[in-house]
Design a binder for this molecule. Structure first.
Ligand code: GSH
Length: 198
């Protein structure tokens, strides 16, 4: 597998965390230096026309979008059990929150942190930032992980995103013990310690 990455990127770190959890050894690391603008050079744009990291090429197929990469790798390396099987109803919950992390939580977080003017709730996919945090709390019922006792790739994505948000004081998180407890559990995992905290 070729992994186009740049270590300081938060999304690259999430993929590093899933790689550590899955114990994938056969990886060709290709550093694309964002600081030097290497991601906008024609040779990289030919692989990912968005010029964004992370990007992987596995078995001849390019996969971009952090949540898609994480879900794809969990399926492609099933021994670690980070993805419910296709016929397991838990897969619906797993898919739901993995996609929610990328399609609702991340844009809500960035809009809030960048103080973008609030748009009409009905026309914004995530509704409101508060709605999103409230939904994340329900995601943890009963907990301790998204799939209950079972840690999964969805926790790698959402746990890292929440930890990242908390690390720069994103509003509404510190006062929600369900979210702070989840962040602490996610951060305590050895694979997280080896990758995201590094
Ligand atoms: N939707 C993409 C976003 C990826 C993204 O924005 N990556 C950042 C690094 S964390 C990047 O490549 N930034 C460089 C740029 O856009 O110029 C994903 O989920 O992977």
């Amino acid at each position: 597998m070729k992994f186009y990455s740049f270590p300081p990127s938060p999304n690259v770190r999430k993929v590093n965390a899933v790689i550590a959890h899955l114990a994938i050894a056969d990886i060709e690391h290709r550093i694309v230096n964002l600081a030097k603008g290497e991601h906008k050079r024609p040779e990289f744009l030919a692989i990912n026309p968005m010029g964004k990291l992370p990007t992987i090429v596995h078995r001849g197929v390019t996969v971009t979008e952090t949540a898609a990469i994480i879900g794809y790798l969990a399926d492609a390396f099933p021994a670690a059990g980070l993805a419910p099987a296709l016929d397991d109803p838990a897969r619906g919950t797993w898919f739901r929150w993995l996609v929610f992390g990328a399609s609702a939580f991340e844009p809500a977080l960035l809009d809030t942190m960048m103080k973008r003017p609030e748009a009409q709730r009905a026309s914004v996919g995530y509704g409101s930032y508060d709605d999103v945090l409230g939904a994340l709390e329900t995601m943890l019922e009963p907990g301790p992980w998204i799939l209950g006792e079972r840690f999964s790739a969805a926790d790698v994505y959402v746990g890292a995103e929440l930890a990242w948000a908390a690390s720069f004081g994103a509003p509404g998180i510190a006062e929600r013990p369900k979210l702070t407890g989840y962040i602490e559990r996610a951060k305590a995992r050895p694979a997280y310690q080896r990758t995201i905290s590094a």
